[in-house]
Design a protein around this ligand. Sequence first.
Ligand code: DGL
Length: 259
Amino acid sequence: MKIGIFDSGIGGLTVFKEIEKRFPKNDYVYLGDTARLPYGIKSKKTIKNYSLKNTDFLVDRGCEIIIVACNSASSYSIPILKKRYKIPIFNVIESGVNAISNSCSKVGIIGTPSTIESESYLKLLKKNKKLKKIISESCPIFVPIIEQGLYKKKSVHFLIKDNLKKFQRDQVEALILGCTHYPLIKPIIKKILPNVTLIDSSVEVANSIGSFLSNTENIGPKVNFKREIFFTDKSKYFEEVLKVMFKNLNYKVKLVDIR
Ligand code: DGL
């Protein structure tokens, strides 16, 4: 199976790494739209257009399944992608929402301004009648903190804590990490909210893919399966961020122009 994954940039590699670790016997094409990132502060129209272009690229390369790793892209483009392409389209929003346990009554969501503004998580969560309270908060400061590795500094933990105070005060039982970057600060969030179940979209989307792929196909060592990593722009800043976020990524990165 050839699996295509796209994100606005580098963060979606959290999703790629989780899925290829669990299902190694597949070919993977990853596209990070670094030329047009960030998506998290852009409009619905722009994000939809970018998502269509990204999916066209992956479909042209023969991908048979598409995974939208970016929460901001998933928030606005899933209906149009599902309508346009006749192949399975997975995304982080539906998978994240499906992971909320039935016994949960108070849930929190954090994400980029676009994701929170779209109410994509909220709309799906509202279908769960057992939920009594849903609290969301956009945390635009988290992406730069993670990209620049600043979360490793103790002093920055206060800033992260301050952004999460609503969830501490309202004692949510689960918190959806609605952005590709957030799994990288999961241990810090866990320290701030020790009793809260953290929903990691990369893990949840991998669970959704798992039921789709056959088990036997994915057992055993990986041999001759291809991994292709494409970015739409490469700069010195980008190289630094890649090193900070994914120092063990052993794949060569290729540049592509999809405009
Ligand atoms: N990948 C984006 C998301 O998950 C975060 C980075 C961006 O704003 O482009 O929403």
